[in-house]
Structure formats: C-alpha cells, structure tokens
Design a protein around this ligand. Structure first.
Ligand code: GN1
Ligand code: MG
Length: 365
C-alpha cells in the first residue's frame, strides 16, 4: 500500500488531494486500487505486473493509440459517449505513467462512475449487451491499422506455444499425480490435435486490432440496469484474430458458474450463446469472413481449452503468472475450463444450429 501511495502522489503535485486508497477489482494479473480524493472524485490506480508485461512502455503506447482512435470513431459514428465510455489516462509528473524505483509501471485512469461489474452472466439481456459492446469495439477498432500497434505479448493466443510450455514443465516434474492432476493431463492429451485449428486458416480469417481479454468482468454495466456502458482493461489491445476475442468472450459469458465455480458443475449455456450472437453480429457489421463464421465454435472451444492449459501449467509451475488466493486455485480454475470445453463439445450440434439461425435472421445476408 505504501508503494501505491507513493505512485499515486506523483499524479498529484500538491500531494494532499488523496483521501484514501483501497485495493479494487478481481484481476488475475495487475494490482488495482481505487483512489478517492478529498473532493470526492475517484480514480483508478494500477500497477502493471512486470512478470507478465515485459515491455510496459509499449503497453501504454498501445492504450494511448487505441483510446484516441476509439474516441474519434465513436464520435464519427454518432455513438453517444455515455453508451460507450472510454477510459482516459491522467498526466502525472513523468507523463501518463510513473516508473517506480523497482522498475514497475503505474498509471492513473478514469473511474467510470455509476457502473458495476458482474461476476457471471445469468440473463439473456446481459449476454446480448456483452455481444453488442464487443461488436461495437471491433467495428470502431477495425479502422485502425493493426501495424501501428506493438505485439506486447508475442504469441499470446498461439495455443501451440502454451502446449509446448506445458510439455516442458510437465517433463521436469516427477512425483505421483493426484486424481485432479491426472484429469487435467487427460483433458489436454485428448485435445492436442485441435490447437492449430485457427492458425491453419489464418490467411482467411479477419486480423485486426482486438481487445485481447473480453471476459465478463471487463465489461461495466450501468449501475441500475442491464446495459453495458464500457469495456475496460486495455492492456492486451493488440493485433490478433477477431476469433480470438469472440472465442474468449463467449467462453466467459456462457459459463454461468464462473471461472471460480466448482468443477463438475460447469455447463456451457446455449441460450446465453444465442443472445450474445444476437448482440454481436449487428454491432460488428460485416467484419467476419465466411471462414470466420464457420469457425466460431472451434474458436470458443480453443480459447476455453487454452485458458485451462494456461491455468494448469501455471499450477505445475508454482503459480508465477496468475495470482492465487489459496493453494490449488489454478488447478481448480483449470478443471473448470476443461469441464466447460467438454460441455461445448457435447453441445456442438446445437450451437451450430444456433449460429445458422442467428445468421439467417441478420438483415442483408
Ligand atoms: C487474465 O488480467 P485479467 O485478470 O483481466 C489474463 C487473461 C485471462 C484471464 C482469465 C494478460 O486477465 O488472458 O483470460 O486472466 N490476462 C493476461 O481470467 O494474461
Ligand atoms: Mg486483463
């Protein structure tokens, strides 16, 4: 907390504006704080996790570029600012971020008032809103040249790379596996062949600026209703495949048990899937190619499997990447994602027919 206070004070030259600093949010990577000023105004203070983001300066460059672009495009498209709120970075003594003596990077951002996050999605209207908001984000970001953004986490969604990492770490482990570890190993082995499903078609898939982390808790809902007013956490804005975002958003939205739910009870919800697509397609416009459309389910499955693989590898590796609140949490998180993957596979035919119905209902197609 001392480090947070020191960092925050570099954004307030007088030093006495700050009334209170409290830990905030549920992110797995960065440290987030809510700063309350004597005036009653609030700000978000964040420390980027240096173990995850080796080049935080380029992360900041990407965020600056994308937020400016989104703001311009939002206005050009006549979208009311309160319907699609975009965070701003506050200038401090050393520019829009502060580098502490230990090398970590801190930044101060807008607190989006009158909003709330939902840990999980339960209502169809909420799923539709998530889809609509990501579609709008994709449409607005779609006019920005992806070549202008740095790939701040190279190979972030290269599932093959995570599999190689798993194999390396796994080979270095001895000892006997408990039943949960054995279950994860089997889940991975069953799905090895699928990891290149998007890479193989890369040339025919839509590549552009993506969000990189469109999970449920990165969408802010209106405090009093089911409308989404903002998509936050722009650390992973990068060039990538639209299907990476779509797959990741759906794996998160259609899991009413949540990422920290109990394994054995995780089921992918087809009615939330349908509502999400109903929101997404009209908002995104015509960004998706036909090849993208035929791979939506493959992408959801791949992103679900990939996250399970990442959680499990981190568990084996001593939890160096994802923060944990108790021992074994990354193993539990992995089991949930592998259960979800199984549920998606079991319902593939139903999900396929939902995609066809939704596409048929779209105007102009
Ligand atoms: C991490 O930072 P946070 O908690 O929003 C992770 C995502 C995962 C997510 C799963 C940079 O996101 O890729 O999908 O956890 N971010 C990074 O909860 O690895
Ligand atoms: Mg994130």
């Amino acid at each position: 907390m001392k480090a947070a206070l020191r960092a925050a004070s570099t954004f307030f030259p007088a030093g006495h504006d700050i009334a209170r600093i409290q830990p905030f949010g549920t992110g797995n990577i960065n440290d987030t704080f809510l700063v309350t000023l004597h005036s009653g105004d609030r700000r978000i203070l964040q420390r980027l996790n240096p173990a995850v983001f080796p080049d935080p300066v380029r992360v900041m460059d990407n965020i600056r570029l994308v937020t400016e672009h989104l703001r311009q495009e939002r206005d050009r498209n006549g979208i009311a600012p309160e319907r699609f709120r975009i965070v701003s970075l506050f200038p401090g003594r050393t520019g829009d971020f502060y580098r502490a003596a230990d090398g970590s990077v801190w930044r101060l951002m807008t607190f989006i008032a009158d909003s709330r996050t939902c840990r999980v999605i339960r209502r169809e209207k909420q799923a539709e809103e998530l889809g609509r908001t990501l579609g709008t984000f994709h449409r607005l970001a779609g006019t920005l040249d992806p070549g202008r953004l740095a790939e701040t986490l190279p190979g972030f969604h290269l599932t093959r790379r995570y599999l190689q990492q798993y194999d390396r770490i796994s080979a270095s482990q001895d000892g006997k596996d408990g039943p949960e570890i054995a279950c994860c190993r089997a889940a991975i082995d069953q799905r090895r062949a699928m990891v290149t499903v998007l890479e193989e078609a890369r040339g025919q898939l839509r590549h552009q600026v993506i969000h990189g982390d469109p999970k449920v808790t990165n969408f802010l809902f209106d405090r009093h209703g089911d409308r989404v007013v903002s998509l936050i956490d722009l650390d992973t804005v990068m060039p990538g495949l639209l299907l990476h975002d779509i797959g990741d958003a759906l794996r998160s939205c259609c899991n009413p048990g949540g990422e920290t739910g109990r394994s054995g009870q995780t089921v992918f919800a087809p009615e939330l899937f349908r509502s999400w697509l109903r929101g997404y397609f009209p908002a995104a416009g015509f960004l998706l190619t036909d090849e993208d459309r035929t791979r939506i389910i493959a992408a959801v499955l791949l992103m679900t499997f990939e996250l399970g693989l990442r959680f499990f590898t981190d568990h084996l590796d001593g939890n160096r990447y994802f923060k944990i609140r108790f021992q074994g949490q990354n193993l539990q998180r992995a089991l949930v994602q592998f259960d979800l993957a199984k549920s998606i596979e079991q319902q593939a035919a139903t999900l396929e027919s939902i995609i066809n119905d939704t596409a048929a209902a779209e105007p102009g197609r």
